[in-house]
Design a protein around this ligand. Sequence first.
Ligand code: 5AD
Ligand code: SF4
Ligand code: FES
Length: 358
Amino acid sequence: MDFKKALELGVSGAGPDTAWLVPLLDAKGADESALMSAADKKRSVTMGDSVHLRGLIEFSNYCRKNCHYCGLRKDNKKVERYRLSKEKILETALKAEKLGYKTLVLQSGEDLQFSREEMSEVIKELKNKTKIAVTLSLGERDEETYRAWRKAGADRYLLRIETTDPEIFKKIHPDSDLEHRKNCLYTLRKLGYQLGSGVMVGLPGQDALSLAKDIVWMHDLGVEMIGIGPFLPHKETPLKDEKGGTLNQALRLIAVLRLVFPYAHMPATTAMGTIDPMGREKALQSGANVMMPNITPTEVRPLYEIYPNKICLDESAEKCFGCVTARIIAIGRTVGTDYGHTKRSDRRQATSEKRKAT
Ligand code: 5AD
Ligand code: SF4
Ligand code: FES
């Protein structure tokens, strides 16, 4: 299909189909710019101009897994490991709330020391002592654990599928299984979490068709938040000599996602800011509507090195909050003042599509 026809279909809100997704994902030059403008326009109509801020706290860099791309993989013995105490997490959350954050994202490697019970305590404390929405990003756990955390008050869960290509998935996840990961996402959806997933762009062996299939799968799942970023090779990992993703690949993916998911919350991720100093702004102008400034205590920030050259390693939570706010205003947007929960209409849309599918 030619680009023009594909963009027409995308803008019209046609259901995702690899036939039109691929030419958009492969767009170059003037076509690429047209795609990004179309997505920016769609974002402004459906989500408005405000950018929601989510404070990201990376509270443990211990991980039981060995993902081939990630600097925190268990076998990377060069990482100094840390865990924040419950008290430190709470203190950080209180500070974030004071700064104006309405959402906290609690992220860690797959660290079983933060057990079902321990984490439930953290979530309950946070919900008792703040008015903040709690998003978890703690990887694969069992259903009872996900249920307990939801019951403790967690609102949202982020679990990237990374890729739905069975061969690529297997190659880069020595201790993970694609079907199992999908099942984790189905479980999270069933438990009533606002659901986030996403992929990395530029993985070895990945092409536009592979990304298009990821989009179709996430649409069937009914995701409400989508985080994507370029794969950035880390020197202490098996993928150290691979090429990695580019900014433009990631921007095209965000733009296409915005056309397919008019109401999804999509962050301009730190990985985008790492690959290009203006990467996050460019993402916000290609369909993204969320930013996730780092609020991890400065002392441990350099230890959470999932990929190299991460930005803001020496900065404080205050500094990043101010910086991100200024960047949003500089591109003519505003900072969101509400919770930025999933828009109702989109939830209904996702549910009715699920019903149709069954
Ligand atoms: N490059 C880019 N993104 C990475 N992630 C992990 N390692 C890398 C890397 N080397 C992403 C994964 C994970 C998220 C927390 O960070 O998508 O889900
Ligand atoms: Fe662990 Fe997540 Fe890194 Fe995989 S991507 S090694 S699960 S921290
Ligand atoms: Fe941290 Fe800019 S976001 S200094």
